[in-house]
Design a protein around this ligand. Sequence first.
Ligand code: PXP
Length: 243
Amino acid sequence: MRLGVNIDHIATLREARKTTEPDPIKGALIARDSGADQITFHLREDRRHIQDDDVKKLKSVITEIPLNMEMAATEEMLEIATSIKPDRVTLVPEKRDEITTEGGLNVISMSSFLKSYIKELKDSGISVATFVDPVEEQIKASLEVGADAVELHTGEYANAKTESQRKTELFRIKKGAVYGRSLGLDVFAGHGLTYLNVKPVAAIEEIEELNIGHSIIANSIFWGLEEAVRKMKKLILEARGLV
Ligand code: PXP
């Protein structure tokens, strides 16, 4: 199982003062050296955290592990992605006033647009994932529009208020993962995962990769980024019986 570390919130802190620190590129290098298997970042249309210049720098320094660019399916982002060429693009829904990515992409409702959009990305050698709720119809639609993978949105699981709700959501993720694999898609997961809730999701064997940001960056304030990445990696490997 791979851990993708999302470095957006290092840039969030920098942008709070519009200064140069903390530097998300330095964060990406520390995460890489501390066991991250991938660096994930979200270039938002409003540029609230990661900036265009960060993307260029990430591409030039992160060469040993893959770069996963989360983005909305817009013309502007298509141009940036096809010129930067990250290893993967993860298509996410984006609303200007949301605090974070709320809910998965509605692949069904934009399927004909996504088909040609994804083709352009794949034609430039970029692998494509859709960030979807663990719902069979959205997973199937992702295959039909040409995605290589789905990243299952774990937000409902992370936000569950009761143990039974949490179990229900975990089961939905498991079912979605099994279904995605049965279609031949690669299956990833992420959103809202923390040191306390990651293990049951990491134990789902059909899921190959988790993308985790906020909890790692938040705890790096107290532990340092190196330790924060190492601890998360250890938890997910433990959940898989790999350490
Ligand atoms: N995966 C996707 C597709 C996301 O949009 C996000 C948030 O940017 C994450 C993973 C990471 O979520 P979190 O910051 O809650 O760990």
